[in-house]
Design a protein around this ligand. Structure first.
Ligand SMILES: *Cc1c(COP(=O)(O)O)cnc(C)c1O
Length: 362
């Protein structure tokens, strides 16, 4: 059966590895000999528990986590983590530092303040429209944690290296670059990521939280908003999003077994991003990258053309050539190619040659 597939550069939900989608389709009606679909079996069945535990084990292996870190699955996306992080980690009377590098960081700050929490902006790139990653952070050594957004999906910037925070736990929203490269995981107190960019379908967020931070939550916190509900029950206090977790586990298997782990993934991702940035930089100003070169993201390549009319024609002709999802976020306009793990080097080469041709003719 031939299926129509395009080159998918969507920012999220985004492309997933084709072999994973095919496997999910193949096993959809009879999951591992149960005679039931993955969406029909109990979340307390041994079959589902095996999926859940395998997903956790794979994340632990890929990131090299030690016993101090818990891996849990939570619904509500990254946006619920904007609230859960301060609710659990920022008790009354203390203050947290945040780095503001764009929309998602701004939302995280706003959410913490909405809860009446004390938040300091320890660094910001707002002065130049979030086009760079701040080099210096005015860290409060007493801060409950330092929060940053590892990859800024909308502005196309990414932390190349993470700041040293001493005794202050580092907390990161890694929604759009988790498992795209190796990270020094032991330095993080908490990492969270909505699944729908680099991990799987929408509907679940992965949270990695260090044991010593779990004791800070107040008694009055609702059950579903406290991390210990998930860590104590292996994310099975209530019904988790079984299908999303199943697909995440298969994507992790692809990452470990087909790609060969994070070093290999990072090398592929670096080449993909370099391919598109090279086209931009060689275009004599036809394409203009919006992020400062040293802050460029390897996941989301943001660029402009000379005017809105030319951008509209670029997007239209790209779509006709089977290259979709290249429109910039509605808040900033322009164009954006999201090159997440599952976007193949072939898709990126096709985009690069389309961009070169369009610049020549257009
Ligand atoms: C997409 C995104 C979010 C929002 O994720 P939801 O799961 O939709 O809440 C938050 N942070 C970053 C960095 C993102 O890319």
């Amino acid at each position: 059966m031939t299926v129509h597939r395009v080159h998918n550069f969507n920012p999220g939900p985004a492309a997933l590895p084709l072999p994973v989608l095919e496997e999910v389709r193949e096993s959809f009606l009879d999951f591992r000999g149960t005679g039931m679909s993955i969406v029909e079996i109990s979340h307390r069945s041994k079959e589902f528990e095996a999926v859940l535990n395998e997903a956790i084990a794979r994340i632990r292996r890929l990131l090299g986590l030690d016993a101090r870190h818990h891996v849990i699955f939570v619904q509500g996306g990254a946006s619920l983590q904007f609230a859960m992080v301060p609710l659990n980690l920022l008790p009354g009377g203390s203050s947290a530092d945040y780095v503001n590098t764009g929309t998602w960081a701004t939302n995280a700050i706003r959410e913490a303040r909405l809860l009446g929490k004390t938040v300091r902006v320890a660094a910001s790139s707002e002065d130049r429209e979030f086009t760079y990653i701040p080099a210096k952070i005015d860290l409060d050594p007493q801060a409950a944690y330092l929060h940053l957004t590892s990859n800024n999906t909308i502005r196309g910037t990414q932390w190349a290296r993470f700041p040293e925070t001493g005794a202050v736990p580092l907390v990161a929203d890694m929604s759009s670059d988790i498992l795209s490269r190796p990270i020094p995981a032991s330095r993080f107190g908490l990492i969270y990521a909505g699944a729908q960019k680099n991990l799987g379908p929408a509907g679940v967020a992965v949270v990695i939280v260090r044991e010593d931070l779990l004791g800070r939550a107040p008694e009055t916190l609702p059950t579903m908003l406290r991390y210990t509900t998930y860590t104590a029950k292996n994310s099975l206090y209530n019904t988790p999003p079984c299908f999303a977790i199943y697909v995440v586990e298969r994507v992790l298997a692809w990452l470990e077994e087909t790609v060969g782990g994070l070093e290999a993934m990072a090398a592929i991702n670096r080449r993909k991003a370099e391919t598109i940035y090279a086209v931009i930089d060689a275009s004599g100003g036809f394409y203009r990258g919006t992020a400062e070169p040293t802050s460029r993201s390897q996941m989301n390549v943001t660029f402009r053309l000379v005017d809105a009319a030319r951008e509209a024609r670029f997007l239209e002709e790209a779509a006709r050539a089977g290259l979709v999802g290249l429109k910039g976020h509605r808040s900033v306009g322009g164009c954006r190619a999201s090159l997440y793990n599952a976007v193949s080097p072939e898709a990126v080469e096709t985009l690069a040659s389309f961009m070169r041709d369009f610049a020549k003719n257009g």
